[in-house]
Design a protein around this ligand. Structure first.
Ligand code: ADP
Ligand code: MG
Length: 932
């Protein structure tokens, strides 16, 4: 990256034209930036910097020549600057913008220029460049000055040998700033959560983030320097040394980018926090659950599908709630209480949300006010936002669960009245050209204005008066920039011009005059206007400063509005999509009719599933590809995340635990993230899980071990499952294609088997997407091969081989129909088998037997279909006929279906026994009978 002063030019600075010399000097001073230099209506860059800007912004480079030789130049039109600045930031540049700081007309010689802002990816505050619904953070990591270990304050991180690291982040647009400290792993995890747009690293703090990263000036991290920078914002003693070091260096950088004139007034506090006080989600979990980014390409993110907020404040808050769900049961309950209150009162909720839609982004506004960038429109918007506060307070009055929040909604009535009196309604964008201060607010300003106004009225009347006085009926009064006011008389009428007219200008067909009174009025008008404009800007700046003095209270109000919006949004979602309030603090995950909050929105026939996972259960989930395993596991995790974030959950009923961390590991085959060898990555993530999971954690392992040879993969998968069961006791969902793993259920108390199955109808294979107890058949691969029309000899030989391998019976699939299932081999992406051929196994009856049960109706794949079964089917059909559909709730319907299936399954098992098949499920089936 080419930044700084073009070296060649610096060498011959003395020979350069004054403007180039000025450029080179500034570029040298801001040598970590690309310098853009205001020249007329352009921001220009020269020499090497021009090459870079032209390349990144796709602009034409211009070869220039002057007395000193040739050089390149390149310009960005000021009006379009945001677009180009954005590109430069994206390309990883810092940009210093130098503006003219002197009036060109008053300058003697070269206009003085100075850098007025520094734009970096993490500190941009130009509104156009900021995404409203998310925060833009710059983060900073530091290693404790003494290399770690214990610190003065009660460090949040691991004591002992672990070096201690600090992390601080700030949103320069809102003033939000926080710092924490911990082990390297803690900081790395936290960094992923903060997801900064820019990262500064101190000495020996080798963290990475997918953003612009700079090894920052080591001196800024030195204890004394950092403490000094931090102390205007917060007492450095409140922080562990590493956190103080990171925060100090960071704030110094933030000041530098904002023009470096002292502490940033709108950073009113630096929050010290402990990431362990929230449900911890590391980068892998955030990604694996598609919380904010959709990297698996499976559709929308959880955040997007949950976001029904009405203002930017609430949007950012909801995002941060999902990023840091709670672990404190009381606080979770308090959020649920508030959501419930809103959910029960549609009218209140909708009224509040309507008001919120009018709420301005107060956090960013406070930032602009303090940076002296707010214009009169901003202040008017602040006024308008304050105006809705009493309405919101009135709307929620009397709702107990919202009483605290209502308390926090400070209407700031005095500030509002002050703004209303001081700021003109409907003011212009510019603050230097008048029209921003309300008349009646400032006497002198009012006087100047009325002088100007009276003068202009006098001029307006002049034309008529003079026509009458002189008898010149086409006489005109006008104004131009150079000559001021004039009276114009055409040549034919010149003889009527009175004595007190003085000639000002001669045109082709007319003459222009002025009178002593007109001249006097002109001076009065222009003088009054000029003074009024200048005074008005001063008055406005004072008003803005008075508002800045209230930053704290406005930020507190912003905080309350943000919470309100997030809660109302959660309630709206809960009502619109039939979510239920979960009971928290249960000793396991118990969900009836649970749905995946994202998938259910795009899958019109989403099949709800139950979860029944006492704390410490290791559930092995089997079934063919596309049968719904991953969706189910994520759904369980998302219920937990949602509940702890304060949301209701998509289910019929839910009792959920308070979980300390959610871990996910999605197998190599599903993982499209590149980088290190996927298997290596898989194993290192598994390592983290095995190390860090506790009995309070929820672990999702999806096809772990897939990235290596079968024998190894199977061994690793089994060992990991055993470890999770025996050592960590974490509640685990483990989707695996290693079927022999399902045998663990026989050996371990808390290991359960779950599976997903499929049915066949005339169109082919359909996945039921319904989780069931028990393991999937291990030989479904062979079954599908048969289904696809692979010759009988091959199929039976394959069965023999399977049997040799792992003790599977060579004579056909399991007798338990619950365990019939198909692999992905023959199925296309939609879960339809690519073949029409019959699904019956070799041990099954003639295909036509299925016709008896009703052609075209879904039937269990490879179900034996015996005479007894026909009886059972009749019974089931009778029972179905008896259902009063209109009277049945979804839960009853599900229960009914479940029972019907059980009856069929029992009949199937019976007929299999009569057939002398003798095969029994190797793995216990909770419905099929007691386990060994
Ligand atoms: P697996 O992990 O078993 O291969 P997935 O969980 O990825 O299967 O699911 C495959 C597809 O099936 C999903 O993309 C979704 O469209 C659909 N699906 C999954 N679960 C359900 C469900 N409960 N109801 C309806 N469709 C589902
Ligand atoms: Mg999957």
């Amino acid at each position: 990256m080419v930044t700084g002063a073009p070296a060649k030019m610096l060498d011959r600075r003395e020979e350069l034209t004054p403007m180039l010399a000025q450029y080179v000097d500034l570029a040298d001073e801001y040598d970590d930036c690309v310098l853009l230099f205001r020249v007329g209506d352009f921001y220009k860059a020269f020499c090497e910097a021009a090459d870079e800007v032209a390349r990144v912004c796709e602009l034409t480079r211009i070869e220039r020549e002057d007395s000193t030789g040739t050089y390149t130049a390149c310009g960005v039109p000021v009006d379009n600057a945001p677009k180009y600045l954005d590109r430069l930031l994206d390309a990883g540049f810092r940009v210093a913008v130098a503006d003219q700081v002197e009036d060109a007309e008053e300058a003697s010689g070269l206009v003085d220029r100075a850098v007025t802002q520094i734009l970096t990816p993490g500190t941009v505050v130009k509104e156009e460049l900021l995404a409203a619904g998310s925060n833009t953070y710059v983060a900073c990591v530091a290693r404790a000055p003494d290399g770690g270990g214990e610190t003065g304050a009660d460090g949040a991180g691991d004591a002992g040998d672990d070096p201690e690291y600090g992390l601080a982040y700030v949103d320069v647009s809102t003033g939000e700033c926080a710092a924490t400290a911990g082990s390297a792993a803690d900081v790395e995890e936290e960094l992923a959560r903060v997801s900064p747009a820019e990262l500064l690293r101190g000495p020996d703090a080798e963290f990475d983030a997918p953003c612009m990263t700079t090894d920052y000036d080591p001196d800024a991290f030195a204890p004394e320097a950092a403490r000094e920078r931090l102390s205007p914002y917060a007492s450095p003693d409140r922080f562990p040394a590493a956190a103080a070091s990171a925060a100090g260096a960071l704030l110094g950088y933030a000041e530098y980018t904002q023009g470096d004139d002292g502490p940033l007034a709108y950073v009113t506090r630096v929050r010290r926090y402990d990431p362990r006080r929230s449900l911890r989600l590391d980068a892998t979990a955030l990604r694996g659950l598609d919380l904010f980014d959709n990297r698996t390409g499976s559709g929308a993110t959880l955040f997007d599908s949950l976001d029904e907020t009405r203002c930017a404040l609430g949007r950012r808050r909801l995002r941060s709630w999902l990023r840091r769900p709670l672990v404190d049961e009381q606080r979770i309950e308090a959020r649920h209480d508030a959501v419930a209150a809103f959910a029960e009162r549609s009218l209140v909720r909708e009224e509040v949300r309507e008001h919120l839609a009018a709420a301005y982004d107060l956090e960013r506004l406070v930032g602009r006010v303090s940076r002296e960038r707010a214009n009169a429109r901003d202040l008017r918007s602040l006024h308008d936002t304050l105006a809705v506060v009493p309405e919101i307070r009135a709307a929620i009055a009397g709702v107990d669960a919202l009483a605290d929040l209502r308390e926090d909604l400070d209407p700031l009535s005095e500030l509002r009245a002050f703004l209303d009196g001081a700021v003109a309604p409907d003011p212009p964008q510019e603050v230097t050209e008048g029209g921003v201060v309300r008349s009646g607010y400032h006497d002198e300003l009012d006087e100047l204005r009325s002088t100007a106004r009276e003068g202009r009225e006098w001029v307006a009347d002049l034309e008529a008066n003079e026509r009458e006085r002189t008898g010149i009926d086409n006489l005109e009064v006008g104004y131009n920039q150079v000559h001021g006011y004039y009276i114009e008389v055409t040549n034919g009428q010149l003889e009527k011009v009175p004595d007190d007219y003085t000639r000002r200008q001669t045109l082709k067909n007319s003459e222009r005059f002025y009178t002593p009174e007109l001249k006097r009025r002109e001076d009065e008008i222009l003088g009054a206007e000029e003074r009024a404009d200048a005074l008005e800007y001063e008055v406005f700046a004072d008003v803005r400063a008075d508002v800045a003095a209230e930053s704290d209270r406005v930020q507190e109000l912003a905080d309350a509005l943000a919470r309100l919006d997030a809660l109302a949004s959660l309630a709206a979602v809960a009502v619109d999509r039939n979510y239920v309030r979960p009971e928290v603090g249960a000793d396991g995950v118990y969900v009836e009719g649970g749905r995946h909050p994202v998938v259910e929105r795009t899958e019109p026939e989403f099949v709800p599933n139950d979860a029944d996972l006492p704390r410490g259960t290791v559930a092995l989930v089997t079934g063919p590809n596309m049968s719904g395993k991953s969706t189910y596991m994520r759904q369980v995790a998302l219920h937990v995340v949602l509940a702890q974030a304060g949301s209701f959950v998509p289910a019929g009923a839910a009792r959920l635990p308070v979980v300390d961390r959610v871990f996910t590991r999605v197998g190599a085959s599903d993982d499209i993230a590149g980088g290190q060898s996927t298997f290596m990555r898989e194993m290192s993530e598994l390592t983290d899980i095995l190390h860090d999971a506790t009995a309070d954690s929820l672990v999702l392992l999806d096809e772990v071990g897939r990235g290596t040879a079968t024998t190894d993969g199977r061994a690793i998968a089994r060992a990991a499952a055993e470890f999770l069961h025996d050592e960590t006791g974490a509640t685990t969902l483990f989707a695996t294609h290693y079927h022999d793993l399902t045998g663990l259920a026989d050996e371990y108390d808390r290991v359960e088997n779950l599976h997903f199955a499929a049915t066949r109808d005339d169109d082919g294979v359909t996945f039921l997407h319904r989780v069931r107890p028990g393991a999937a058949s291990s030989s479904y691969g062979v079954e599908v091969a048969e289904l696809a029309g692979v010759p009988d000899r091959v199929v039976s030989r394959a069965r023999e081989l399977v049997a040799d391998e792992g003790g599977e019976r060579p004579d056909g699939p399991d007798a338990d129909p619950d365990q019939r299932t198909l692999t992905d081999l023959g199925a296309d992406r939609n879960g339809r088998a690519r073949t029409e051929s019959d699904v019956e196994s070799s041990a099954g009856p003639d295909p036509s037997a299925n016709g008896a049960a009703g052609a075209g109706r879904p039937t269990e794949v490879d179900g034996p279909g015996e005479p007894d079964r026909t009886e059972a089917v009749d019974a089931v059909l009778d029972s179905l006929r008896g259902v009063e559909v209109a009277e049945t709730t979804p839960m009853e319907a599900l229960t009914r279906l479940h029972d019907l299936q059980r009856e069929l399954a029992a009949a199937d098992a019976e007929s299999a026994r009569e057939r002398g098949d003798g095969s029994r499920s190797r793995n216990g089936d909770r419905d099929g009978g007691p386990r060994p």
